[in-house]
Design a protein around this ligand. Structure first.
Ligand code: DAH
Length: 351
């Protein structure tokens, strides 16, 4: 311990403050700070020892030396508490950093995420129908036999059931619950949930036991349409389909209806649109017909109205259903539908 010339103390207070300052610059956390504090201000510190030596000084010298010690102590305390604040701030920031739930996503222009092409097509189709005054409804993908078949005029063993290769679920009675084979059961649910007039579209996923090929996958998407009102005719159906077709595919694409059979509509039709690839002149995609089949439609069968207690003397209606994936395929000239389900990012990025 060096004796200070000027104060008569056994410690050089200026040097002590310098040493504390140097040591503090090396302190990395609060534990280290605490032990440094004990070392420089505690009972065994140079400062405390110096305090104890005051008693041996003359009163005047004692007062001066006491003042110097007091001032030194408070300078050291200030340095330590500044360091403590600094360290607490760092540790608080570290804690926040560790606890943070980062909900932001850093996206580069080239890698921006976007909705899947099928979802985008569905959104665009909904927009077209909403613009025509329809509302949008949804139903469950796991359906009962009654909604998927029976209420749609397909009683058990009806031959039309063979159009739909069905996935049954092991739930309840055998063959009672299934993955819906089309979106038509949502028509039934909509009619049960509200009285006519009804202008509704019902998009969603459907399932069939198909062997996947360029035009079929066992999971696919449809959009169903249902109108029930007074005095609805087949002309309303044909007009609605034509307006939708040119609104969605463009003014040079038209629709035509061809007689067909569906148990839930009478009369029924298949609807075709101008081939979007050759614009009707004939190409490989449309087998040189100039037209491509998109879906089915017809006037709601009285048996369907009976299933949901709607008086067919008062109300008439039409229904239609078609593939959303098929629309995406036609509009974006996608050669193989399977690519829609494969989640190959090289395809997804283009969409
Ligand atoms: N549900 C039929 C199918 O998936 C398509 C269909 C045909 C829907 C006629 C309808 C309709 O609403 O009226 O093959």
């Amino acid at each position: 311990m060096t004796k200070s010339e000027s104060t008569g103390l056994p410690v050089d207070t200026e040097r002590l403050v310098d040493v504390v300052q140097d040591r503090l610059s090396e302190v990395g956390d609060l534990d280290e700070l605490r032990s440094l504090e004990t070392e420089v201000l505690g009972k065994k510190s140079e400062l405390s020892l110096a305090h104890r030596s005051l008693g041996g000084l003359e009163p005047d010298a004692r007062r001066r030396a006491g003042a110097v010690l007091g001032e030194t102590k408070s300078r050291i305390e200030t340095l330590i508490s500044e360091k403590r604040e600094e360290l607490e701030e760092v540790s608080r920031r570290r804690q926040l950093e560790a606890d943070r739930l980062d909900l932001t996503e850093v996206v580069r222009e080239s890698g921006r995420g976007h909705v899947h092409l099928v979802q985008r097509t569905r959104d665009e189709l909904e927009d077209v129908f909403i613009g025509m005054g329809f509302s949008v409804a949804e139903g469950p993908e796991a359906e009962t036999d009654w909604y998927n078949f029976e209420a749609l005029n397909m009683p058990p063993a009806h031959p039309a059931r063979s159009m739909f290769d069905t996935f049954y679920l092991e739930l309840g009675e055998p063959d009672a619950v299934l993955l819906r084979t089309h979106t038509s059961p949502v028509q039934i649910r909509v009619m049960q949930s509200q009285p006519p007039p009804i202008y509704s579209v019902m998009p969603g996923r459907a399932y069939r036991r198909e062997t996947a090929d360029a035009r079929h996958t066992s999971i696919f998407h449809q959009i169903e349409g249902l109108v029930v009102d007074r005095g609805i005719s087949f002309a309303d159906l044909a007009g609605t389909i034509e307006i939708f077709t040119s609104a969605y595919f463009g003014p040079d694409i038209h629709a035509r209806l061809r007689p067909a059979f569906f148990p839930f509509t009478e009369p029924s039709a298949e609807f075709e649109i101008t081939c979007t690839i050759c614009k009707g002149s004939g190409c490989r995609t449309c087998s040189h017909a100039g037209w491509v089949e998109l879906g089915g439609c017809g006037m709601v069968d009285p048996a369907v109205f009976a299933a949901v207690d709607i008086d067919d003397e008062k109300w008439t209606g039409f229904a239609f259903g078609f593939g959303i994936d098929r629309c995406a395929q036609m509009r974006h000239e996608i050669p193989d539908m399977r690519i829609l389900l494969e989640n190959d990012v090289r395809f997804l990025r283009q969409a």
